[in-house]
Design a protein around this ligand. Structure first.
Ligand SMILES: Cc1cc2nc3c(=O)[nH]c(=O)nc-3n(C[C@H](O)[C@H](O)[C@H](O)COP(=O)(O)OP(=O)(O)OC[C@H]3O[C@@H](n4cnc5c(N)ncnc54)[C@H](O)[C@@H]3O)c2cc1C
Ligand SMILES: *[C@@H]1O[C@H](CO)[C@@H](O)[C@H](O)[C@H]1NC(C)=O
Ligand SMILES: *[C@@H]1O[C@H](CO)[C@@H](O)[C@H](O)[C@H]1NC(C)=O
Ligand SMILES: *[C@@H]1O[C@H](CO)[C@@H](O)[C@H](O)[C@H]1NC(C)=O
Ligand SMILES: *[C@@H]1O[C@H](CO)[C@@H](O)[C@H](O)[C@H]1NC(C)=O
Length: 589
């Protein structure tokens, strides 16, 4: 494939295409809104429109300001700060625009010019659905590149776009607890539910639910927003084995669609949109203003930590890896879900290193540590028989999901971001682990990846159980592979922002798309399984099949129906193949 980062913008206006807007209106174009028009928009937004510069602009000449710059430096890796800034998203590489060699890194010298990169030019800090309608209509009328930023966590750069108008949903943080939720247009109560505004973040939901003795299915992060990319992308959770994906538990969406109207999508009305919003990906079908999700009675949890360690570089580490994956189906069927972190090469000191897998699994609605420990005994005895494998475990019985989450998932107050990050990931099936030699094939694939000291892979055991069985009753846009998944496995590559040239960055990414992802894919064959669209490579090859499998054609049709002009385009999102990489000009048809 062509190096994605160096691909020039070949596709500008295409003559003879049926669409009238071949390119977005850009600041240098005559069609760009006048100051008067921006001012009018600002007025309808009650003064909440801002002209935006990248957060680090105060660290560069001619705008250098020592005091302001120090604040930026101190906040740089704090996700809470990043989530609130119009001029920042979470990952530095998506703030920059390497295709144009534009960046504004805090690490760059003071005398280097701060360039806008992919940071939006204007931001509408919306407070209500009405504000969102104003901003969407303005973007539609002026043919602007529109982008929605919630927390800015997206690993594929979907919450930033060059020369765009940003809708910042961060301020919409209302939470309502509902005892008897009847979807609009329906008759039957869905029981207890929680209705959240577009800007609500996961910890706020856990806490609001717990106040009423309730629990929710949500992920493990401090500042990820629930209503945006998380639920619309599927949303995995350490409690998913118990109650399914977050999107399985979404009951109703309120959405501002491309023509500016506010519609309700649920099982009774706008059902195609309801289907698409549960897994079709954020930023694609409209701006969700509120989502209503199920809540459940809070229940106890046994948390179980299991570590498997060999001497650094001992080839038996890959036997450990194989046995661990062979054991996963029985552990997952026994209620286990959570995460495992593998370090093929983990230095402990200048002279000593280990190879290790550190697993932290949650058994929801369980109280017996002995019962959980018994699930690990067959694996533990196999590993001990290998010799020279250190196996240790520790477990805690928690009285509730909220106590589990606050102790083990939400410790600290922020996620560590503010660096570069590019992922490679794959969903692997339970069937693979039950196939003779399947886990061994996976081990051989992962072994062939280059593992630098301290570099880790993360396995997410966030499917099976209800995620699998919900597939029998819930029809939604999520990748059907999720219903067969046992592990969502990923690793990240990172580089020093200011010291790595765009060409070097492109080479790292190209090796991921051309060498490393094919290694991950090869384990189950090209047409099996896929990848989780929220935690995948930003240049994922053949993304339509990877992220949605057989659901893609239906998603594409729904996209054309609700957004025929392509106002909502995100990187590697539904319909994005019709646009160039920056979403600025249509590709030829
Ligand atoms: C530290 C960390 C932990 C994570 N943990 C988990 C986890 O446990 N489980 C999991 O499944 N994922 C997890 N993720 C991945 C996460 O789901 C994605 O990064 C997701 O895109 C974040 O959504 P957001 O709305 O907060 O982010 P943003 O980057 O702001 O938005 C993501 C996408 O959604 C769109 N969007 C945002 N708001 C709206 C809206 N109101 N309407 C329509 N579109 C909108 C944006 O345009 C963009 O396309 C994690 C990520 C990080 C960085
Ligand atoms: C919008 O109005 C507010 C309040 O009057 C002002 O502070 C802000 O600078 C304006 N934004 C733009 C882009 O002019
Ligand atoms: C977990 O640790 C306890 C206490 O050391 C031990 O008795 C038990 O056998 C261990 N379980 C496994 C599966 O190794
Ligand atoms: C497993 O390893 C992790 C990471 O090194 C460590 O925090 C944890 O305490 C270990 N658990 C046990 C039971 O030793
Ligand atoms: C590409 O990736 C493979 C697998 O991780 C690695 O062995 C190789 O060194 C990488 N090549 C380059 C040029 O980075």
């Amino acid at each position: 494939m062509i190096g994605p980062l160096l691909l020039p913008l070949l596709f500008t206006a295409v003559i003879g295409s049926p669409h009238h807007n071949e390119c977005r209106c850009r600041p240098t174009d005559k069609c760009w809104p006048s100051t008067k028009e921006w001012t009018a928009l600002n007025k309808t937004l009650n003064g909440n429109l801002a002209a935006v510069r990248p957060a680090a602009f105060v660290c560069h000449a001619p705008d250098y300001n020592a005091e302001a710059c120090q604040v930026v430096k101190d906040s740089w890796s704090n996700s809470v700060w990043r989530s609130s800034q119009a001029g920042a998203i979470q990952w530095e590489n998506w703030e920059a625009w390497p295709e144009r060699d534009q960046s504004c890194y805090v690490e760059s010298p003071e005398d280097s010019v701060c360039q806008q990169g992919r940071i939006s030019l204007f931001s509408a800090n919306v407070q209500s659905a009405k504000d969102i309608q104003h901003a969407v209509r303005f973007a539609g009328n002026h043919n602007l590149r529109l982008v929605i930023k919630n927390s800015g966590h997206d690993f594929l750069g979907r919450s930033a776009a060059p020369e765009s108008l940003q809708i910042l949903t961060h301020s919409m943080t209302d939470i309502e607890m509902l005892d008897n939720f009847i979807p609009k247009g329906g008759k039957k109560s869905e029981g207890t539910a929680m209705r959240i505004g577009a800007g609500v973040q996961l910890p706020e939901m856990y806490v609001a639910a717990a106040k009423q003795g309730r629990a929710i299915v949500a992920g493990a992060a401090h500042t990820v927003g629930a209503a945006g990319g998380y639920i619309q992308g599927g949303g995995h959770s350490p409690f998913g084995q118990w109650k399914g994906l977050a999107s399985d538990n979404a009951l109703e969406f309120e959405v501002v669609v491309a023509d500016g109207s506010l519609v309700t999508a649920n099982a009774y009305q706008n059902r195609d949109l309801f289907w698409a919003l549960r897994g079709g990906g954020g930023g694609t079908f409209g701006v969700v203003t509120r989502v209503t999700i199920r809540t459940f009675e809070d229940v106890p949890v046994v948390a179980y930590n299991f570590n498997m360690t060999t001497a650094g570089g001992d080839p038996r580490f890959w036997d450990v890896f194989t046995e661990w994956h062979s054991a996963l189906p029985s552990i997952n069927d026994g209620g286990g879900s959570g995460y495992y972190y593998g370090f093929p090469n983990l230095p402990l000191s200048a002279t000593e290193s280990v190879s290790t897998i550190f697993a932290l699994l949650f058994f929801t609605e369980k109280t017996s540590v002995a019962e959980v420990d018994a699930l690990f005994q067959p694996l533990a005895s196999k590993l001990r028989q290998m010799g020279n494998v250190q196996v240790v475990n520790e477990s805690i019985a928690f009285p509730s999901i909220i106590s589990t989450a606050s102790t083990l998932i939400l410790g600290g107050s922020a996620d560590s971001t503010g660096r570069t990050s590019m992922l490679a990931s794959r969903l692997y099936s339970k069937d693979l682990m039950l196939t003779p030699n399947g886990p061994r094939r996976l081990a051989n694939a992962i072994k062939s990846i280059k593992w630098d000291p301290g570099h880790e892979f993360i396995g997410h055991v966030v499917a099976g159980g209800a995620v699998a069985t919900n597939g029998e009753t819930i029809d939604s846009a999520i990748n059907p592979a999720w219903r067969r998944t046992i592990s969502h496995l990923l690793f990240a590559r990172s580089w020093k922002a200011a010291e790595t040239t765009p060409a070097q960055q492109a080479a790292i990414i190209r090796n991921m798309t051309d060498v490393e992802i094919p290694i991950l894919r090869s384990v189950e064959g090209e047409d099996q399984m896929g990848a989780y669209l929220n935690e995948a490579n930003g240049y994922e090859p053949d993304f339509q099949a990877s992220f949605w499998g057989r659901n893609y054609p239906r998603l594409y049709r729904i996209k054309q129906k609700w957004d025929p002009e392509g106002l909502f385009i995100t990187r590697k999102g539904v319909g994005s193949e019709d646009w160039d990489d920056a979403g600025l000009c249509r590709r030829g048809h």
